[in-house]
Ligand binder design. Structure first.
Ligand code: HMG
Ligand code: MG
Length: 312
């Protein structure tokens, strides 16, 4: 008889977006050296996909102004894919010089969010991305496309599965090779996630679909489980649960990579990630920004490492 877990994928790929999505919203500058060390530590922990930085306007997102120097200094071992965000050709050209393995374009399923995040309509954003995708593919660089606000928008509220499906199709039409369904403000629930994933799967092969869940309402792990039940096996997450989006007020960070790894290993799903080394990476960057890791798993494991004060 099949156990319930036997229907889950046997291996899941986690893309740690902490250095980019996690740190982009930090008000105080995080030194480039710390970002570089974070990437190094994630690699050491076994992450094979890391979203390193974004080539966006430093006036809009000052924290990412050091994108080129961070990309130039990170170690680039074989087998690790380093991605960067490129909202337009200016960003792509700057990124190209740093040899990214993958570029990420990001459209919204909500008109209001598109305007706030990238200062143009959804249709205009697709036209801006068209040459970026063509140039990336001409250089043999993979293109991942994120669909922001796929489960709700901080400005317009409800976002319909129709709107998500429409943007997915438009992103594929211009040549995007991977689609990420993003819950930018972490409001989605499991049934809603399955409905949206089902729409995306009408157009995207399973191995090129991923989930990107912020954890504002504490639903991200449930949403990952709901996606796993449909066979989705690529997820973005942020070490230590870092982050938030500068254009989504109140939205917290991505689901913590530590928490996702704990869930997956508990289900017998392989990730290639060493949880202890990952907790170290999270503790390192949390120390730099002066906060405790948001990850419950990291907090639990760190507290077990420290002997109580009255221990002889
Ligand atoms: P704009 O002002 O409409 O652009 O911004 P523009 O073309 O009119 O240019 C204005 C100025 O920006 C010019 O400089 C350009 O040179 C410069 P000036 O002449 O005034 O000195 N500029 C750039 N500089 C550096 N790099 C560039 C670039 N492009 C223009 N690439 C733009 C449009 C998209 C650039 C702007 O709105 C922007 O940078 N927005 C930031 C968006 C962002 O980073 N958001 C957060 C990441 S997305 C996210 O977190 C969601 C995700 O995690 C999934 C999810 O959770 O939903 C992916
Ligand atoms: Mg995000």
């Amino acid at each position: 008889m099949n156990t319930p877990t036997s229907t889950y994928p046997t291996h899941v790929t986690l893309v740690d977006v902490g250095p980019r999505d996690g740190l982009q919203n930090e008000a105080r500058p995080v030194p480039a050296a710390a970002k570089i060390e974070l990437v190094q530590r994630l690699q050491h922990a076994g992450l094979r996909e890391i979203e390193v930085t974004s080539f966006v306007s430093p006036k809009w997102v000052p924290q990412m102004a050091d994108a080129a120097s961070v990309m130039a200094a990170i170690p680039r071992p074989a087998g690790v894919r380093h991605s960067v965000l490129t909202p337009n050709m200016k960003g792509f050209e700057a990124a190209l010089a740093t040899r990214p393995d993958e570029v990420v374009i990001f459209a919204a399923a909500s008109e209001a969010f598109s305007q706030r995040n990238i200062n143009c309509s959804i249709a205009e954003s697709i036209e801006r991305f068209r040459p970026v995708v063509a140039a990336a593919r001409a250089h043999g660089i993979k293109v991942r496309a994120a669909v922001s606000c796929a489960l709700g928008c901080p400005y317009q509220g409800e976002v319909t599965p129709d709107a998500v499906e429409d943007v997915v199709q438009r992103l594929l039409d211009i040549g995007s090779q991977h689609i990420g369904i993003a819950d930018t403000i972490g409001v989605g629930t499991a049934g809603q996630v399955q409905a949206v994933m089902a729409r995306a799967l009408k157009h995207v092969p399973l191995h090129e679909l991923s989930g990107h869940f912020h954890d504002t309402y504490g639903q991200a792990l449930a949403n990952i489980l709901a996606s796993l039940q449909m066979g989705v096996h690529v997820f973005d997450s942020s070490v230590a649960g870092l982050g938030g989006c500068p254009y989504a007020k109140g939205a917290t960070g991505n689901v913590a990579t530590e928490d996702v790894v704990y869930l997956l290993h508990g289900l017998g799903i392989q990730t290639g990630i060493d949880l202890d080394a990952l907790v170290d990476a999270g503790a390192f960057i949390s120390g730099v920004i002066g906060r405790k890791p948001v990850s419950r798993v990291a907090q639990a494991l760190l507290s077990r490492r420290t002997p109580p004060a009255d221990t002889p």
